[in-house]
Design a protein around this ligand. Sequence first.
Ligand SMILES: NC(=O)c1ccc[n+]([C@@H]2O[C@H](COP(=O)([O-])OP(=O)(O)OC[C@H]3O[C@@H](n4cnc5c(N)ncnc54)[C@H](OP(=O)(O)O)[C@@H]3O)[C@@H](O)[C@H]2O)c1
Length: 432
Amino acid sequence: MQTVTEAPVVRVGVLGCGTVGAALVHLLVEKPEVMTERTGLRLEVARVAVRNLARERGVAIPDGALTDDLHGVVTDPDVDVIVEVIGGIEPARTLILEALAAGKPVITANKDLVAVAGVELVEAAVAAGVDLLFEASVGGGIPLIRPLRESLAGEQIRRIMGIVNGTTNYVLTRMTEAGASYGDALGEAQALGFAESDPTSDVEGFDAANKAAILASIAFGVKVVTADVYREGISCVTAADIAFATRLGYVIKLLAIAERVGDEVAVRVHPAMIPATHPLASVRESFNAVFIEGEAVGDLMLYGRGAGGGPSASAVLGDLIDASHNLRAGGMGRASALGQAQIRSIDELTSQYYLSIDVEDRPGVLAAVAGAFGDHGVSIRSMEQDPLATEARLIFITHLARESDIQATIAVLRELEVVDRIGSLLRVVGEG
Ligand SMILES: NC(=O)c1ccc[n+]([C@@H]2O[C@H](COP(=O)([O-])OP(=O)(O)OC[C@H]3O[C@@H](n4cnc5c(N)ncnc54)[C@H](OP(=O)(O)O)[C@@H]3O)[C@@H](O)[C@H]2O)c1
């Protein structure tokens, strides 16, 4: 067995020592002998860059390693591998490009950056012949990218559906299980630290859209960026929608969905009704899960903590060990160039829909409303009047329909005198 002192040394430069960075440093300095036993490498924390040198980090950073010079860490000849956990687009992007150009592998947890500039960064890594790994950027501690890239490399993946944002899953779980309103559930999530004081990125689906873009790129081997992802958040979901869904045997979840349709790739994030029997329906609170449908493998679900210092640092560490082995071997892991994606418009989506409509309580209303559906070829599977609503509220579930037809139906409904308000539109997903 190799002892700590005999094992080859890999010197790690860590950019950022916040939630993820501090948890990573802790894993690296805590039991170096165990790490060496398992990996055959001695991973040394050489430099740690932060903004505020005076802040208490709660972790034993090696003497002399702490600095506020990010650039100096990247260019330090005594640093072999860079871990970027500062977040944001700049200076992270420039620092990563500099590190790659200098032949240093980079590990990042930065989903915002990978989702917008991943193609540029991957191309730079391939050109430099070193690794750029980003397992923690989707699903925190859940291994997703490596299984997709390696274990499922030969698989024809048809569709991926993920609960990839813990904040929204927590809010929807509280609305479902405690009957809480959206506002109360969000307030509770904020009090518990599951939601930011400005929750926009989570509740409006921006964070999930970043992750959807990354997952789609890896699963289908094509260039997908956040701008390609159709996005809706959960702020429009009401307690009444949840109660109705529950009564009908569904659960409402914010889903990131990436699917291959012929030569095209469709990527979208929106709240959806899924059958209560679907594996994703049992993913509660702030947990994440990704459900993969493959030709040969069938259905597969990966589940776990999608965020948090420990889980994310665990994913970063796995990447770090991989990149260090590849560096010692003088190369990089598998990284294929991404092809061009033909993005399928949301208008082309075929789905069942749930639509709630507040109407005037008088004769002839139903005929007028049903006529709007019929005029656009949207066939109604069920219609009920919500018994709990104070106003006259009609709840429709359609048979399979095209998104463009349902949107055209809604445009007509909005203009009808008897319609007071169009409520939620939810897509029904995961049946059959
Ligand atoms: N937190 C999670 O659960 C999680 C999960 C998955 C992925 N991620 C991703 O991981 C990355 C880091 O997240 P985090 O939660 O660890 O962030 P964080 O707690 O805010 O920590 C960021 C760290 O970067 C340092 N930093 C930021 N800008 C800097 C600058 N211009 N110069 C020098 N240092 C700078 C900060 O220094 P100071 O401490 O001195 O301010 C801090 O140590 C993000 O990309 C995030 O999206 C996070």
